[in-house]
Design a protein around this ligand. Structure first.
Ligand code: SF4
Length: 261
C-alpha cells in the first residue's frame, strides 16, 4: 500500500503515533468529522495573522483597523464550511478570538520582522523517497522560525515536549531548502480561557545533536507501518474525546500487533 497522500506531514505523523486506527479513519477512509470551537478559533487566528504579516511584507504599514473585520469575515466563512462542536457559546468564542487578535497587535506585532509567511516546504526524505511537507507559519529576517499556537492555558514542559517533533521537522525542512542555513526555532503561544485576560509565552527550542537522526527514524517507522497497512487501535483515556469512538468499538482491521516508537 502507498501513502494516502503523495507526501508525509507532521499532522499525519502525529495522528498515526497517537492512534493508527484514527489515522486510518481520517486519511484512508477520509471520514469527515466535526471540528471543535478551539480548532475553529486557531484556524481563524492563523489566517488573520498570516494576512497581517503578508501585508507587512508588502506595504511595511498594514492597516490594523481592518483586522477585526478580516477576523469576523473569516470566522463566519469557517463556521459555514465546517460542522462545529461548541464547548463555549459561539459569541464567547468570537469575543475570545477578537481579544487574541487585539492582544497580538498590542503586545507582539511590532516585534516581528517577517521575511516569509505560511511557507510551504517539501523535501525528499533520504530513506524511502517520500516527500516530507510542512507549512511554516513565520520566518523572520534573522531566519528564525516561529510556530504560533492558540490555547487555553500556559504550556507546560510536557506540552512543549509533545510538539518538539513538529518544530524539528520545520527546522529540517528549512535547512534542506535553504542551503543548510540553521535557523533558531520557537513557539509563540497565545492563551486565555476567556476574552478577558489574554497572555502569551515565547519558547525558544534548543535543538539537540541527534534530533534529525531521531526524527528520520520516527518518520521512517511511521511510513513503513502505513505502507504495511498497520492500523491498530491505541486505546487510551484519549478515546473518550475521539470523534471516531462509536465506529471504532466494533471495528477490526489490524494486520498484526506492533507498537509505534
Ligand atoms: S476511539 Fe481510541 S482506539 Fe478508537 S480510533 Fe479513537 S483514539 Fe483510536
Amino acid at each position: 500500500m502507498n501513502l494516502p497522500k503523495d507526501y508525509i506531514s507532521y499532522n499525519q505523523i502525529r495522528l498515526y503515533r497517537n492512534c493508527p486506527l484514527k489515522y486510518y479513519f481520517t486519511y484512508i477512509e477520509k471520514i469527515k468529522t466535526p471540528i471543535n470551537d478551539k480548532i475553529l478559533l486557531g484556524t481563524v487566528f492563523h489566517y488573520v495573522i498570516g494576512y497581517y504579516l503578508k501585508k507587512k511584507i508588502e506595504t511595511k504599514e498594514p492597516d490594523n483597523g481592518k483586522i477585526k473585520g478580516v477576523f469576523l469575515e473569516e470566522f463566519e466563512l469557517e463556521k459555514g464550511e465546517n460542522e462545529i462542536v461548541w464547548t463555549s457559546s459561539c459569541d464567547e468564542v468570537k469575543k475570545r478570538g477578537i481579544a487574541f487578535v487585539e492582544y497580538f497587535f498590542k503586545e507582539m506585532a511590532s516585534f516581528i520582522d517577517p521575511l516569509m509567511v505560511e511557507t510551504e516546504l517539501e523535501v525528499k526524505l533520504p530513506n524511502r523517497g517520500v516527500n516530507l511537507r510542512g507549512i511554516i507559519d513565520l520566518v523572520e529576517k534573522d531566519f528564525s522560525i516561529t510556530d504560533f499556537k492558540t490555547t487555553t492555558s500556559k504550556w507546560s514542559k510536557s506540552r512543549v515536549d509533545s510538539s518538539y517533533l513538529q518544530i524539528i521537522i520545520y527546522k529540517y525542512l528549512f535547512e534542506k531548502s535553504f542551503c543548510n542555513t540553521s535557523p533558531e526555532v520557537k513557539f509563540k503561544i497565545i492563551y486565555s480561557k476567556n476574552h478577558k485576560k489574554i497572555n502569551h509565552q515565547e519558547i525558544n527550542i534548543k535543538p539537540k545533536k541527534d534530533d534529525i537522526e531521531k526524527m528520520l527514524e520516527i518518520i521512517d517507522h511511521v511510513i513503513e507501518n502505513i505502507d504495511n497497512a498497520l492500523f491498530y487501535k491505541n486505546e487510551t483515556y484519549m478515546c473518550n474525546f475521539c470523534e471516531f469512538k462509536y465506529i471504532c468499538k466494533d471495528f477490526k482491521l489490524v494486520k498484526r500487533d506492533e507498537k509505534v516508537i
